[in-house]
Design a protein around this ligand. Structure first.
Ligand code: ADP
Length: 477
């Protein structure tokens, strides 16, 4: 196995146009919130990037009122073809500022620049492009001749794909004629606030989109605001349950996209090298901070040793370090809290008797990093097989028959995604029908497309985002 030396190839951080202070975006203007300002840090260096003003409960109220006014007077009555023009404009402006947004995303989140540049930002633009196309065609979407918007959408998003999650939430809401108040995650507010700048420059009338940073309770006061008609949340199952019980009986429409513990199932007839790439992508993409990550590898016993050998060899070549370096494969863990959680679960894996292997790659001394780790000899009862780790840690289990693979894959309270690796088309179809997961990938993993609905079963939440199906969440049907 040759070892490759790479010279550093860092992207310049100047491209991010980082400002010392960022403010909330309410009713078309950047304003100071009355909440405690938060400092957002670069998880790769632990330095403070910027101070961000946050919303107090009264600011949440102001933002929801602005969204209500804009819904009633401007956006609700506007013809779909007019709405589409604004949404296309936002999409194009995201593309124009894509380098800036990529660098800023990698600084604030810790993800490798090659991912923010090639995945997050282009997909965020794609979501606006795709939904712009729907804005004037809603009567052909299969929801009746005149589907109506719901009103004001209160949206709360996590830190793993900051701009992309904002796009997933805002684009369909706008296309369907709703107005928005969105709360980004406390550790990654910056790209959402640049999106606010783009929205302002796109001349979207005031109040249609409002972005209010803040901690968890700000999210709670947003989703509980009586003037919010639709709640869209992506985050932990724990908070999803809180939200669901808080809004029960209020008549608000809700979609929840929560955690996952996806099985990536490899059969003995799978193309092994391709499967290895898919497994690596499935769990080490975005440091494993992916709700649909393929965090449980189920491999058929007859090929388990060969596959594991190849996997370890491949994982040893992943480069961990500076997220702004174009050669980096695995960046920083987003926060100290998340790093602590990953360490705790990895310790539990060792204590419960699984065999740990961690890549010998060099890890930076500063910042929050965790080297890619693979646990073999994992049994279904272990915490590392049941709980979402949300980090670069893979648990490997084996199976002998397809029925056993299905039983093990479905043995989880979650049900967001799954992967199948096999040469047989018939087996793919058979498995896909048996797996209780919202998204099933075959001979690939972590493929995202705005045209494809995404969402979960059971404790992974409900409702779909993306595609024609995703429109239903923002329409009164
Ligand atoms: P994670 O564990 O991935 O950080 P969380 O569910 O804690 O996921 O956070 C996802 C988003 O939900 C964040 O924007 C966070 O501020 C917000 N949040 C946290 N607690 C609540 C709550 N009780 N109600 C609404 N939003 C919340």
């Amino acid at each position: 196995m040759p070892t490759w030396e790479y010279a550093p190839a860092p992207e310049s951080r100047d491209i991010a146009n980082l400002k010392p202070n960022y403010r909330m975006f309410v009713d078309g203007a950047f304003v100071e919130g009355a909440g405690e300002p938060l400092k957002t840090i670069n998880p790769a260096t632990e330095e403070v990037l910027a101070e961000v003003s946050t919303a107090a409960p009264s600011d949440v109220d102001t933002a929801v009122k602005a969204a209500r006014r804009a819904y009633e007077k401007v956006w609700g009555p506007m013809p779909g073809a007019e709405r589409a023009k604004y949404i296309y404009r936002i999409a194009r402006m995201i593309q124009e500022r894509s380098r800036e947004l990529s660098v800023l995303e990698s600084l604030d989140n810790g993800k490798p620049i090659k991912e923010s540049r090639d995945v997050d930002i282009p997909l965020a633009a794609a979501h606006f492009f795709y939904h712009a196309g729907w804005a004037d065609k809603l009567e052909y979407a299969g929801f009746g001749p005149e589907p109506k918007p719901l009103g004001v959408a209160g949206q709360v998003i996590p830190w793993n794909f900051p701009l992309l999650m904002a796009a997933w939430k805002i684009a369909p809401a706008l296309a369907c004629g709703n107005t928005v108040v969105l709360k980004p995650a406390e550790t990654t507010p910056l790209t959402a606030l640049v999106l606010a700048e783009i929205i302002q420059q796109a001349d979207l009338p005031p109040g249609i989109v409002n972005i209010i940073p803040g901690v968890g309770p700000v999210g709670a006061s947003l989703v509980n605001n009586p003037d919010v008609n639709k709640v869209a949340f992506t985050g932990s199952t724990e908070v999803g349950k809180l939200i669901q019980s808080a809004i029960a009986g209020t008549g608000k429409k809700v979609t929840l996209e929560l955690g996952g513990k996806a099985a990536n199932v490899v059969f003995e007839d799978a193309p092994v090298d391709q499967a290895v790439e898919g497994i690596v992508n499935g769990i080490f993409f975005n440091q494993g901070h992916v709700c649909c990550a393929g965090s449980r590898l189920l491999v058929q016993e007859s090929v388990a040793d060969e596959l594991l050998d190849k996997l370890r060899t491949r994982v040893s070549t992943l480069r961990i370090g500076d997220p702004l370096d174009k050669n980096t494969d695995v960046g920083a863990i987003n926060s100290k809290e998340q790093l602590t959680k990953i360490r705790e679960l990895v310790q539990a894996g060792e204590d419960e008797g699984a065999s740990r292997w961690t890549s010998p790659c060099p890890v930076p001394d500063k910042g929050f990093f965790f080297a890619p780790t693979v646990f073999a000899n994992v049994s279904q009862a272990m915490r590392i097989a049941r709980e979402e780790i949300f980090g670069p840690v893979l648990s490997v289990l084996s199976f002998r028959t397809p029925d056993e693979a299905v039983a093990k894959a479905n043995n989880t309270p979650y049900g967001l995604s799954a992967g199948i690796w096999t040469d047989k088309g018939s087996r793919i179809l058979w498995m896909a029908g048996k797996l209780r997961a919202g998204v099933v990938w075959a001979n690939t993993f972590n493929r995202f497309d705005p045209t494809a609905p995404f969402g979960g079963y059971q404790e992974s939440g409900f409702g779909r985002e993306g595609g024609r199906t995703g429109l239903e969440a923002y329409l009164d049907v």
